[in-house]
Write a protein that binds this ligand. Structure first.
Ligand code: CMP
Length: 138
């Protein structure tokens, strides 16, 4: 069993597609081990995306991520990290495959509706950024 962090970003919450997105995870065999709706401050978003702090889009990305609530989810299942990335589609919705979340809902490369951890090490750090052990029920 593997765990990964998913975030339904402010654009996904604003478009009212939270249930639709969660349903796609469940239909693809991923289990919700933990979930909550929260509002990130600018500095929460900067901490989460610290690896991108030298990128030109860092300021705009962290403004976007803190403009409204997000839903943070721990997904669990066999190959959860790669399965989630498949369901999400490419970062840029213009390159995302048909039937993926980003193809169907994303606005552009920044407002791309969902985040998913890219490796086991980052999954662990990202899950711990938002959840404590009591909140992850499996
Ligand atoms: P995510 O998978 O959460 O990881 C980093 C985020 O930065 C990415 O999704 C996008 O929201 C954003 N991002 C990546 N590349 C760009 C870009 N070229 N311009 C603007 N935002 C970007």
């Amino acid at each position: 069993m593997e765990r990964t962090l998913s975030i339904i970003k402010p654009d996904g919450v604003e478009k009212n597609v939270v249930g639709e997105i969660i349903s796609r995870f469940e239909k693809n065999g991923l289990n919700i081990a933990a979930m909550k709706k929260i509002k990130l401050s600018k500095s929460d978003a900067e901490g989460f995306y610290a690896v991108h702090k030298e990128r030109p889009f860092f300021g705009s990305l962290t403004d976007f991520m803190s403009r409204g609530p997000v839903v943070v989810i721990v997904l669990e299942g066999e190959g959860a990290i790669s399965k989630n990335r498949e369901i999400m589609g490419a970062t840029n919705p213009e390159e995302a495959a048909e039937g993926t979340i980003r193809k169907d809902f994303a606005t552009n490369i920044e407002e791309n509706t969902v985040h998913g951890s890219d490796a086991p090490e980052t999954a662990e750090v990202e899950i711990n950024y938002f959840f404590n052990a009591f909140e992850i029920t499996g």
